[in-house]
Ligand binder design. Structure first.
Ligand SMILES: [Zn+2]
Length: 473
């Protein structure tokens, strides 16, 4: 089969950013796609976070079936383990296509690590480690290194060196993007039926730059250079993607979630502790500290040395190491999303009671909580391993944190490099000789897999949670 389809994944792309850029005529390619093809909002699966959404997109299955509602999954002792390609349950569309002899090139796909064998090639994006398991085939990493002068997976917008330094941030981002472009060009030249490239810098720079873009933001800073740099990157992305394809190409654009302002922080475990839901563990570190101090007093060793030794021994501290999970009525595990997650010990407390109490607290403090029960929003065998409650604060404007057990429950955002956060409304756009020009208001991210499979005339083996979109001519 010589049928071909190009998909561009724009991490975090939102019409809040794209519409004004289209009006200013700075992204003419994307504008043309919207005008001559399909332009719709793509609703994310909840929560609007990279990990669950790229998995939902790849499989057409909800998080209860993929097993990923977060960047982490939880062991029986509630310790957080990162989600990897091993943990994706359900078949990705490139696997189904491969069985029919169709070749896919998948580039920079989040959490597709370790890379596994497909009919085609894969490169993992965020969540990957730069070693031989980053790409399939293994030798591809060497190719990309050669092409780009040292392949980079990502740049960390949270890095201290970028604090209040947009010049440095954008300089590094541009350099990083040049390497990604080289890699995409290289992969695009190969043989494929489906070419799927995810661009992550859109997410990085929106997290970083929101306070330069949104005058209503409580951390708004007037900086015309930063604003202009931000727009120029989008301009460059538009131009680059346009240069890859032509009038004969069928092209889809999709984002995993939308974006908006990040203005506050909520600390779930501090609230739970204050309300008597969470019981701390007498931690071994504390015990060691006490006995350690006695020894120190006798020997005169510097306590920092001991601290370092203890730290080295215990590795990274998971918040549940500090929580007595058996005696606590409820607690929040480590989560990688900016949204809340609570495990409720149903022998000791009721899910509804906890939600009610939190709501009351919210109305007192003028904090707006939106609660979802995983049992109600997901279907599948993995739901029982997930926290029973997920929630968002102030319509996603406040991020939610779980690592701290002491301090203020709710406060203004202190992360200067992280002033934008995710929303449920992403983008879906499509244009090409086989694509209709029609108005669709909204799709679900779950619809992408069945729609791609339909393009290649493949019937999915199992029932999917998404439906085929009527976009093909
Ligand atoms: Zn994302």
């Amino acid at each position: 089969m010589d049928q071909k389809l190009v998909v561009f994944g724009l991490d975090g792309a939102t019409y809040t950013i794209l519409n004004p850029l289209m009006n200013e005529n700075r992204i003419p390619f994307i504008k043309k796609v919207c005008e001559e093809g399909v332009k719709a909002i793509s609703k994310s699966v909840y929560p609007p976070v990279t990990a669950p959404n790229w998995f939902a997109l790849a499989t057409g299955l909800n998080p209860g079936q993929t097993g990923a509602h977060d960047f982490f999954w939880y062991q029986e002792d509630y310790k957080a383990k990162p989600v990897t390609s091993y943990k994706i349950k359900g078949k990705c569309f490139w696997d189904t296509m491969g069985e029919q002899g169709l070749k896919s090139i998948i580039f920079n796909y989040p959490l597709l690590y370790p890379a596994y064998k497909i009919n085609g090639e894969t490169v993992c994006g965020i969540g990957g480690i730069k070693d031989r398991r980053l790409t399939y085939p293994e030798s591809l990493l060497g190719e990309l290194d050669k092409q780009t002068g040292g392949y980079e997976i990502q740049i960390s917008y949270m890095d201290k060196k970028y604090e209040d330094n947009p010049e440095r941030f954008f300089k590094d981002l541009r350099k990083h993007w040049e390497k990604k472009k080289e890699a995409i060009r290289h992969q695009f030249k190969k043989e494929w039926n489906l070419f799927f490239a995810v661009i992550s810098i859109t997410d990085f720079m929106q997290h970083y730059s929101w306070r330069y873009l949104d005058e209503k933001h409580n951390q708004y800073t007037l900086n015309e250079n930063a604003q202009e740099e931000f727009k120029r990157i989008w301009e460059n992305i538009d131009k680059f993607l346009a240069s890859l394809v032509n009038e004969e190409s069928n092209v889809l654009f999709i984002s995993d979630h939308g974006f908006g302002a990040h203005t506050h922080q909520f600390y779930t475990n501090i609230w739970l502790k204050n309300q008597g839901y969470l019981k701390e563990k007498k931690s071994t570190t504390n015990l060691l500290k006490k006995t350690g101090k006695k020894i120190l007093n006798k020997t005169g060793i510097q306590s920092t040395q001991l601290k370092q030794k203890i730290k080295k021994k215990s590795g990274v501290i998971d918040v549940v190491d500090k929580i007595n999970t058996e005696k606590s009525k409820a607690f929040s595990p480590i989560h990688g999303t900016g949204q809340g997650a609570i495990f409720v010990n149903e022998k000791l407390a009721k899910v509804d009671g906890l939600i009610e109490e939190m709501r009351e607290y919210g109305s007192e403090k003028k904090i707006n909580f939106d609660f979802k029960k995983t049992q109600e929003i997901y279907q599948g065998s993995y739901v029982k391993q997930m926290p029973q409650i997920l929630f968002t604060v102030n319509n996603f404007q406040s991020t939610v944190h779980s690592k701290q057990l002491t301090g203020e429950v709710f406060k203004k955002n202190t992360q200067i490099n992280h002033t934008g956060s995710h929303r449920m409304e992403g983008i879906f756009m499509a244009k090409g000789p086989n694509i209709k020009n029609k108005k669709i208001k909204q799709i679900s991210i779950l619809d992408v897999t069945p729609t791609i499979l339909e393009y290649f005339n493949i019937k999915p083996e199992n029932k999917l949670d998404g439906s085929r979109l009527d976009i093909w001519k």
